[in-house]
Design a protein around this ligand. Structure first.
Ligand code: LLP
Length: 438
């Protein structure tokens, strides 16, 4: 069992004289200087997580590539950090590809795993020489037409396979199984690749992503078994030597202090080793082993600092009202997700009380932490909401016409603004009033 202090330290946090420090910086001073709510990212943690994973892959199977799942956090600075580590990228939209290209990412290191692709999406990808990972057999026909229209060569193609075993922290994040919209089921796989061969594609990749927020390596094992058996059958039936076999993302992180981190050594034993054994048979060629972690690389790198403005005792229950809501971090409301909350000042006080931590949005579901035991809180106190680096800002909104917060990056005790906070004016941008309304 990871000790509490150690659990915090793994996320760049520690207490000094009752004050919470993040990335060696005093959180109270950061809140004072930059205002709240604010997202703050520790660059070091992203690099550390990337290297942990990369070392693990390198020791087992050298021909590997991590594709960071951009949807988790598409801030340009984050993309650039991962670029400097040698990461590839998994993108789900033109916007994500656009961001990667903006920071000088080589198009060859981008995989476009969209779903419900439009012809415009295909044109954008083909024009930019991005490898496409199709989500439906029917899309192939349209993609071929786009190639022909643009006069572009058909080179490499990949399909997303649905291995019919999914997992995830919430029903909405399980992405495999017969009822699920993603990927191609086993009985269509052979047809899909045969059609692609006949259409003139020369090189092939294959992909699966079973879900998100998986902490039990056994879940990966089960899916990998099904997936690898499909890969093998396909390779031998159509004589395909794969360029890459992509196992998707989904690697979870310990959001709760009592949770153990995902044991990546077991992940290696259950996923990479069986893959390697199949490669050694010679049937599938010598493909690059790919994975697409989002959360694992950046969730723990980021906290949100938020200030308590209201302590409300309704006679039944105590609420601590803060300036961050589900507009800032939607995961607790959307999935019932747990994000640990720490008091930045006055830690060590003995008078522990139960609070619901409530945001300012006009909906009862705007609770960022339920039944949290914290030292007696006061208006003006600062709280840190942990593990907000993945699907945090990326899913933030301006609901209730509240500007989205800014983002800071800390590197070796230097603070960099990586996104300005939106202003009230920004909220109105792009709108116009028709003349007849005066
Ligand atoms: N690859 C594909 C094709 C994906 O769809 C996803 C996530 C990933 C990789 C990265 O998954 P990760 O390693 O981050 O678990 N908003 C939800 C998560 C949705 C993830 C959707 N796809 C949340 O906040 O938990």
């Amino acid at each position: 069992m990871t000790e509490y202090k150690e659990w915090l330290r793994n996320k760049g946090l520690d207490y000094r004289d009752g004050v919470l420090y993040f990335a060696d910086m005093n959180t109270l001073e950061l809140a004072e200087q930059y205002g709240t709510p604010i997202y703050i990212t520790d660059e070091h943690i992203i690099r550390k997580r990337y290297r942990e994973l990369k070392n693990l892959l390198d020791t087992e199977y050298k021909n590997n590539q991590i594709h960071y799942a951009v949807k988790a956090n598409s801030n340009l600075a984050i993309l650039k950090i991962l670029k400097s580590e040698g990461s590839g990228y998994d993108c789900t939209s033109q916007g994500e590809i656009f961001a990667c290209l903006k920071v000088g990412v080589d198009p060859k290191s981008i995989l476009y795993t969209g779903n419900m692709f439009t012809n415009k999406d295909f044109e954008f990808a083909v024009n930019n020489n991005i490898i496409i990972n199709l989500d439906s057999v029917s899309q192939l026909d349209r993609l071929i037409k786009v190639h022909n229209k643009l006069g572009k060569q058909k080179n490499i193609i990949s399909f997303r396979i649905n291995p019919e075993f999914g997992a995830g922290h919430h029903a909405h994040t399980i992405t495999a199984g017969k009822e699920i919209k993603f990927g191609i089921l086993e009985d269509q796989v052979l047809d899909a690749y045969k059609l692609a061969q006949n259409a003139g594609f020369k090189k092939f990749g294959i992909h699966q992503h079973i879900g998100s927020g998986i902490i039990n390596p056994k879940d990966f094992e089960k899916a990998a078994e099904n997936y690898l058996s499909i890969v093998k059958t396909l390779a031998s039936s159509l004589d395909i030597k794969f360029e890459f076999v992509d196992f998707g993302g989904g690697l979870g992180i310990p959001y709760k202090p009592e949770e153990e981190p995902l044991d990546i050594d077991i992940y290696r034993d259950m996923v990479i080793r069986p893959f390697k054994e199949i490669v050694e048979t010679g049937v599938i060629g010598t493909p690059t082993f790919k994975i697409e972690p989002g959360r694992f690389l950046c969730a723990e790198s980021t906290i949100i600092l938020t200030q308590i403005n209201t302590i409300k005792n309704n006679g039944f229950k105590l609420f601590a009202g803060i300036d961050a809501g589900f507009n800032t971090l939607i995961r607790p409301t959307m999935y019932g997700s747990y994000h640990h909350i720490e008091l930045c000042n006055k830690q060590g006080r003995e008078d522990i009380i139960e609070y619901d931590i409530a945001g300012p949005i006009c909906e009862s579901g705007d609770i960022l932490g339920r039944k949290r035991m914290l030292p007696k809180l006061e208006e003006g106190d600062i709280l840190a909401i942990l593990d907000a680096g993945a699907y945090g800002f990326a899913m933030a909104s301006s609901y209730n016409s509240r500007p989205r917060p800014g983002e800071l990056l800390i590197n070796n005790k230097s603070v960099f603004k990586i996104r300005k906070a939106e202003t009230l004016e920004n909220l109105l941008e792009g709108q116009s009033i028709p003349k007849h309304l005066g």
